[in-house]
Design a protein around this ligand. Structure first.
Ligand SMILES: *[C@@H]1O[C@H](CO)[C@@H](O)[C@H](O)[C@H]1NC(C)=O
Ligand SMILES: *[C@@H]1O[C@H](CO)[C@@H](O)[C@H](O)[C@H]1NC(C)=O
Ligand SMILES: *[C@@H]1O[C@H](CO)[C@@H](O)[C@H](O)[C@H]1NC(C)=O
Ligand SMILES: CC(=O)N[C@H]1CO[C@H](CO)[C@@H](O)[C@@H]1O
Length: 264
């Protein structure tokens, strides 16, 4: 209900600031991937009590891995802060990560409808981009400016298996960007099996970026809608990101709507 209200408010009230794919974003060649499971974390002891924990090479956060009986996920939303990334002591080129919400891409790996914000640091220079993506297409940037400390409301909503809308709103000033998009291929349809709230190590220009120290991303108002009911993160599967044999995240849920993802 809350989710529908937000959707209606944002879609009806928002001046459409999104632009079709432009040169800048094509050059960025920025791509989010489906979740890839890692065995590397199997011996890492979880401190999360109520949730199943899984290890991923790409994702940290929470994912609902199956739709409720007789329904599919059609909308996912959350509010999160844009963190200021810190370059590692041995940074070699760009480091980055991305916070987003999405439908599918976990157990249903053929498509993801997702939207969020990238934060990168390259040679001391920080950049932030708000984007939307229907995997396996690349991410496309919204024209909206994003800065560290902004509070962003992100939402994806599927209007059919092959069409949907991505919305990013700056809660600080109420400005929002909306993009209506279609499945980039006949095989890239949504089934609504997964809903997720993720911080990701993404790929750019054909290579994975080095994961940046993103500090903390706090997701609040986490909600997914399926068949008129709302679902959150308290009983979702928690994912920790493992790279080179090391865990780089710590996820904590607080109640059904809040999740804190810390870089470690
Ligand atoms: C686990 O569930 C209990 C009861 O629902 C709740 O009080 C507690 O906060 C939860 N713990 C975590 C780590 O989410
Ligand atoms: C959920 O999605 C599946 C796969 O696309 C479809 O077969 C099913 O009819 C959908 N269920 C509902 C309730 O829409
Ligand atoms: C969000 O709003 C704040 C306050 O007006 C502003 O400083 C910031 O640049 C805005 N960011 C975006 C994404 O528009
Ligand atoms: C860090 C890492 O291993 N990332 C993986 C993300 O997923 C893609 C495919 O889905 C892999 O190619 C990457 O290696």
């Amino acid at each position: 209900m809350k989710l529908n209200a937000l959707l209606t408010t944002v879609i009806l009230a928002a001046p459409a600031l999104a632009v079709p794919r432009g040169i800048a974003e094509r050059m960025r060649a920025r791509l989010s991937h489906p979740h890839q499971e890692s065995n590397a974390g199997a011996n890492i002891v979880s401190t999360s009590k109520n949730s199943t924990v899984e290890y991923s090479t790409n994702w940290t956060g929470a994912a609902r891995k199956s739709a409720p009986p007789g329904a599919n996920y059609t909308a996912v939303t959350a509010t999160f802060n844009v963190p200021e990334p810190t370059a590692g002591p041995n940074a070699n080129g760009m480091e980055g990560a991305s916070a987003w919400v999405g439908i599918d891409g976990d157990t249903a790996g053929q498509a993801i409808l997702q939207t969020g914000v990238d934060f990168t640091v390259d040679n001391g220079q920080r950049q932030y981009h708000a984007w939307y993506e229907w995997y396996p297409d690349y991410a496309h940037d919204f024209t909206m400016d994003v800065s560290a400390g902004d509070t962003i409301v992100a939402m994806v909503h599927s209007t059919s298996p092959s069409s949907g809308v991505a919305i990013v709103e700056n809660k600080s000033n109420g400005q929002s960007a909306t993009k209506t998009l279609n499945a980039p291929a006949p095989t890239a349809t949504l089934v609504g099996e997964n809903a997720e709230w993720i911080v990701e190590d993404f790929e750019q220009k054909g290579k994975l970026v080095d994961l940046v120290n993103f500090g903390t991303v706090k997701f609040t108002g986490c909600a997914a809608e399926a068949g008129g009911s709302t679902y959150g993160v308290s009983d979702a599967t928690i994912m920790e990101l493992v790279a080179n044999g090391q865990t780089h995240s710590k996820v904590q849920t607080q109640g059904d709507e809040t999740m804190i993802v810390k870089y470690i």
